[in-house]
Design a protein around this ligand. Structure first.
Ligand code: ASP
Length: 361
């Protein structure tokens, strides 16, 4: 009997050692970002686009980096206390929704009719629960409404007036639509509306891009966060004003589960930013997860294939952030730059803006 128990214990120990070795191999797999077996991790983005050093002042750059850092700290504080990845991504996204620097919440871009219409989504990888909202005009933090849809309604996706009614029932903070207005954003709309007029005058797209400062500084300022918590659960959250000059009823990729936002513990959590129409057609988030699941690709290889190949082939500009349960992070983008950052350790967040920055730890 004693022998059998010994044999059993030794086998158990052996299995444990094998599984630990496998986990640490996975965590270092094809990726330089995670430290050895990170317990928790968080990545954020504040939009991708034509973000170049020459179009940025040192003050502006500093202000952006500080806000990204603040968002990282907010999300990390939740994870560090043993909070869920869901609560962490909400905390990180709210910081950016409240800042006029990003195209989400206060500071969102304008529709063709001069309004701000907001989309947001959240998904958690353990349960594959999700909540999404579109065309919201008066909820201060649309990500909190997406969260309420996920947790407190039988639905996944709610839009417009109905979603706003639900927000009131849920006692979420309601604001006057004027709260979202930022003058610089409004000027962007005026420029692009003028540009369209010029387009009708048969100017070529390239000529317009060279002349127009709006195009020189074109960016998709959507915000997003992905995280893994102490339980090994991943989550993703994304929030946006969509695209400047969007037409009535237009909804982008952000609230489309599987396109701009996706999470599954078996693979990864993804949050995207870019030209939404292309991201919907490529089903970006789910495509990355599917390549990991069915082709056994690493997070990095799957994300690179989708962003640097599939999207490029159809001229879909933008990028993504993604994390898996081992803490591997991927942040590929095919535009000039992407506001982004990650954090594995308290106070040691790293933020990036341009293409040529070294993302390694
Ligand atoms: N993806 C967003 C949309 O198409 C735009 C962005 O990333 O800024 O609505």
């Amino acid at each position: 009997m004693k022998k059998i128990t010994h044999f059993f214990l030794i086998s158990l120990l052996f299995l444990l050692v094998i599984s630990c070795a496998e986990n640490s191999a996975k965590s270092a797999e094809n990726n330089d970002l995670p430290p050895e077996n990170p317990k928790i991790g968080l990545a954020i983005h504040g939009g991708a686009g034509t973000i170049k050093r020459e179009n940025m002042t040192p003050e502006r750059e500093k202000a952006y980096r500080e806000k990204l850092q603040e968002s990282l700290e907010a999300g990390y504080a939740v994870l560090e206390k043993g909070g869920s990845s869901t609560d962490a991504v909400i905390a990180a996204v709210k910081v950016m929704e409240d800042s006029p620097f990003f195209n989400a919440g206060h500071g969102a871009v304008f529709t063709n009719e001069g309004k701000n219409e907001l989309d947001a989504a959240i998904m958690e990888g353990a349960s594959k629960n999700a909540g999404a909202v579109a065309s919201i005009t008066n909820v201060k933090n649309p990500i909190t409404l997406a969260h309420a849809v996920m947790n407190n309604s039988p639905h996944v996706f709610m839009v417009g007036g109905g979603a706003e009614k639900f927000a009131m029932e849920q006692n979420l903070e309601i604001v006057d639509p004027a709260y979202f207005r930022d003058e610089q954003r409004y000027e962007q709309l005026l420029k692009i509306i003028d540009t369209e007029k010029q387009q009708l005058d048969h100017s070529s797209q390239l000529e317009l891009e060279l002349q127009d400062p709006y195009f020189k500084d074109r960016k998709f300022g959507t915000v997003g966060a992905v995280a893994v918590d102490m339980e090994g659960n991943v989550a993703a959250a994304t929030s946006t004003g969509g695209m400047t000059n969007k037409r009535y009823g237009r909804v982008g990729d952000v609230p489309i589960i599987g396109a701009g936002t996706y999470a599954d513990n078996a693979t990864c959590a993804v949050s995207a930013t870019g030209h939404g129409e292309y991201f919907i057609r490529t089903v970006v988030g789910h495509e990355i997860a599917a390549q990991m699941k069915y082709l056994d690709k690493s997070l990095k290889d799957a994300a690179d294939d989708v962003v640097m190949k599939q999207l490029v082939e159809i001229e879909g500009e933008g990028g993504i952030i993604a994390i898996d349960k081992y803490g591997n992070i991927a942040m590929p983008f095919n535009s000039e730059g992407m506001y982004r950052g990650y954090m594995y350790e308290k106070g040691k967040g790293k933020t990036f803006i341009y293409k040529d920055e070294d993302e390694k730890l």
